[in-house]
Design a protein around this ligand. Structure first.
Ligand code: CIR
Length: 255
């Protein structure tokens, strides 16, 4: 079981109201987003994490979704390469912030694209989603770097959601929260699937942190199901980030 000690987050920028979205839930309210972000940071701290808050980056409307800019593990940090033009470049300042923790950074290079939201980890094994943002070349490069550092990697094509972690969350103990196309995916058959109903699909982007599971508020059945398995949960309102297709995992890099 991985225990996290640190998290990196980035404050939302005013320009977030112009972020990418397919949600049709309206524009985010910036002040509300700031408050929700502060509560999120407190929640990470209450899970025992030492949280570094990076300054807002107005040049990139989606920069609050910092998870997409890197893939972190004990032995290596890989700087991602966003698969959409408005986010390309967002990863540069993350490299600078990670240098104090990881003296040797690796990076995905063109023509590869890779976003951290497409990667989840199960012990020494990483699953890499091939999505609209992560291309096969990006996944191949990441798998190569991970293997060089002793990890295993499996690529997993997805079709219906933005990122792999839009639809799954690993809860440790061989349990995988999943919905939609991931409910009976052959590459995920080794896991005990904790199913999420379509009506609560957004709650598939929950996050296990050191024994506690952060769950977006407004999805009571998912929260109940997770608690019934013996987990402590923390419910957090991230409505303003949901309007930009983002969720709990996207808002931090945990390591
Ligand atoms: C985007 O489209 O890139 C952002 N609006 C949302 C990114 C969400 N990140 C994630 O799921 N890891």
């Amino acid at each position: 079981m991985i225990m996290f000690r640190n998290a990196l987050v980035r404050r939302p920028c005013r320009n977030m109201v112009n972020g990418l979205s397919s949600a049709a839930l309206g524009r985010p309210d910036y002040d509300k987003a700031l408050t929700q972000h502060e509560v999120y940071v407190q929640a990470l701290r209450s899970c025992g994490l030492n949280v570094t808050v990076l300054a807002a980056d107005e040049a990139y409307p989606d920069s609050v979704f910092i998870e997409d800019t890197a893939v972190l593990s004990e032995r290596v940090a890989v700087i991602a390469r966003p698969g959409v033009s408005s986010r390309l470049g967002e990863e540069k300042t993350i490299a600078a912030a990670l240098l104090s923790h990881y003296p040797n950074l690796e990076a995905i290079a063109a023509p590869g694209t890779l976003e951290g939201g497409d990667v989840f980890r199960v012990g020494e094994h990483f699953f890499i989603g091939i999505s609209g943002r992560t291309n096969p070349e990006g996944a191949r490069q990441l798998a190569m770097v991970l293997k060089k550092h002793g990890y295993a990697a499996t690529a997993l094509p997805l079709h219906d959601v933005l990122h792999l972690k839009t639809g799954v969350a690993y809860l440790e103990n061989n349990r995988l929260l999943a919905c939609g196309e991931f409910l009976d995916h052959p590459l995920l058959s080794r896991f005990q699937i904790v199913p999420i109903a379509a009506a609560e699909a957004y709650a598939a982007n929950s996050v296990w942190i050191n024994g506690c599971v952060l769950v977006p508020s407004g999805f009571p059945q998912t929260r109940k199901n997770i608690e019934a398995l013996g987990y402590e949960t923390l419910s957090l309102d991230v409505s303003e980030f949901r309007k930009l297709d983002g969720g709990l995992s996207c808002l931090s890099l945990r390591f």
